[in-house]
Design a protein around this ligand. Structure first.
Ligand code: HEM
Length: 461
């Protein structure tokens, strides 16, 4: 494995993993730890073992790490599992019944209805909108040029949200867009309470400190999206954007349109899943590049060589392999969606373990990506892990920022096009610098946030 290009090779620059308890936590310690940061409740064995089984709140919980076992959960035995009731509960108020959390036939028809939106040839047509949003962010940096560090995490949320609005919701009103952005953030920021209560099987009617704020945020989200849908119905609009296509979607068997509540849930799912994850991917990528200036130089040289000063176009992206490798390695160390969960719908055998129906199955992507036995020097930033020969030698469930199996992220190709276009545009325009102090702890709030935000120096070139 090459380390010649990484300044991170020799220095222990950031906490290797989030502090991990040696054993699964007892209930009384689990709740406060989980609410603070769910990653801190992952026991140390998940970074070292193939699989770990324990009991919690009267149920079996299994963490599955070995790629071959993950493959069984997501592919060969996928029909024996459902999405986790915990996920359904935490999203019930905002994304009820959407493609993200539905199961069985209800999921399948939504996936079939939405798949055409993400066809590779169509995605290429979004690259100009992505480049425009990236240049707009560069202009904001230029006009606010200051030696003080900037909250780059907020900048990335703004830039990726502009992309999703331009590609998925043509003609939306700025006030509605702001409401959705803010309420979506409020909802996710408080989600660990609901999640911890669900994991402990406390009844849904039992309030927790964030109940009121989450309900308010969910109501604002659904009202804003419903208003957009109602206006589109009366005024018409771009039939080719996401909303136009959702309204035109028909059930393949019955020919019925998608009911309104499902249109709201799916539009919200795509708006939220479609920008928040990519924003986090870019935030952590810029952090790693700020700490590995030699890799930042390599990305700069590559982009200048391929694009000069011109906007990034779809045909250039394949000629930016270093930029792409950097994004992939950043999503290994900081997977934007750090944990996936399923429930065993029937008894299921994984390795030497027989899990009863109802078991919770956790796939801790964050830990798999830093697993002591799966990666050499796992905490080190080294984009050359994604040289083509190394990539093909791995099982697909060894590196899985987008999940796997039939429920693999529907927006994966969109996200990769977007992350590459934005990163290339940003690094060509500015140099990102670390303040030498802030060691952001990755915190799981469905997406992987940086504790204390991500202040970086943005020095225009
Ligand atoms: C870097 C960016 C992204 C990451 C890391 C990511 C990650 C993931 C992961 C891990 C899953 C699987 C969840 C599971 O099986 O439990 C998933 C599913 C999903 N993602 Fe993404 N995602 C990203 C971007 C996007 C984008 C851009 C969109 C849409 C515009 C999107 C929409 C969805 C949807 C709808 C699902 C549910 C698919 C299904 O269950 O059939 N994601 N994503």
């Amino acid at each position: 494995m090459s380390s010649s290009h990484s300044t991170l090779a020799s220095k222990p620059l950031y906490p290797p993993t989030v502090t991990a308890p040696p054993q699964p936590l007892p209930l009384w310690r689990f709740l406060p730890t989980f609410v603070r940061n769910p990653l801190r409740a992952l026991p140390r064995q998940v970074y070292e073992d193939d699989m770990l089984v324990a009991a919690r709140a009267g149920a079996t919980i299994a963490w599955v790490m070995a790629p071959a076992l993950v493959e069984q959960v997501l592919v060969s035995q996928a029909d024996a599992t459902t999405k986790s009731p915990v996920e359904k509960r935490v999203f019930n108020a905002s994304l009820a019944d959407s493609i993200l959390i539905a199961d069985g036939a209800q999921w399948r028809w939504q996936r079939r209805a939405l798949a055409p939106l993400f066809r590779a040839v169509d995605l290429q047509t979004h690259v100009p909108a992505m480049a425009t949003a990236a240049e707009a962010q560069v202009a904001r940096w230029r006009s606010a040029a200051s030696p003080a560090p900037r909250a780059v995490d907020e900048d990335m949320t703004r830039a990726t949200y502009e992309v999703i609005l331009a590609t998925m919701l043509v003609g939306g009103r700025p006030a509605e867009a702001e409401t959705i952005l803010k309420a979506g953030n409020d909802y996710l920021a408080r989600i660990s309470w609901e999640m911890a209560f669900a994991l402990l099987r406390l009844p849904p009617w039992l309030p927790h400190p964030a109940t009121g704020q989450m309900r308010r945020a969910a109501r604002q989200l659904r009202e804003a999206v419903s208003a957009i849908i109602a206006r589109r119905r009366t005024e018409g609009g771009d039939g080719r954007d996401l909303l136009g296509r959702l309204l035109a979607a028909r059930h393949p068997d019955t020919g019925e349109p998608m009911p309104d509540n499902l249109i709201v849930s799916n539009l919200l799912t795509l708006l939220e899943a479609g920008h928040e994850t990519t924003a986090k991917a870019l935030t952590w990528t810029l952090y790693l590049l700020a700490r590995a200036p030699d890799w930042q130089d390599r990305v700069f040289d590559e982009v200048r060589g391929v694009a000069g000063d011109a906007p990034i176009t779809a045909d250039m992206l394949a000629r930016l392999p270093v930029t792409q490798r950097v994004v992939k390695e950043a999503m290994r160390l900081y997977p934007p969606a750090p944990v996936m969960a399923r429930q065993a719908a029937e008894p299921i055998t994984l390795g030497a373990h027989r899990l009863p129906a109802g078991s919770q199955i956790i796939i801790p992507i964050y830990a798999i990506h830093r697993h002591r036995k799966l990666w050499a020097d796992p905490d080190r930033f080294d984009p050359d892990r994604f040289l083509p020969a190394a990539e093909v030698a791995r099982l697909r469930t060894h590196y899985m920022p987008f999940g796997g199996g039939s429920r693999v992220c529907i927006g994966a190709a969109f996200a990769l096009l977007e992350a590459t276009t934005l990163l290339a545009t940003f690094v060509r325009a500015a140099r990102f610098g670390w303040d030498g102090r802030h060691l952001p702890e990755p915190i799981s709030r469905i997406t992987l946030r940086a504790k204390g935000g991500m202040p970086l120096h943005v020095i225009m070139r």
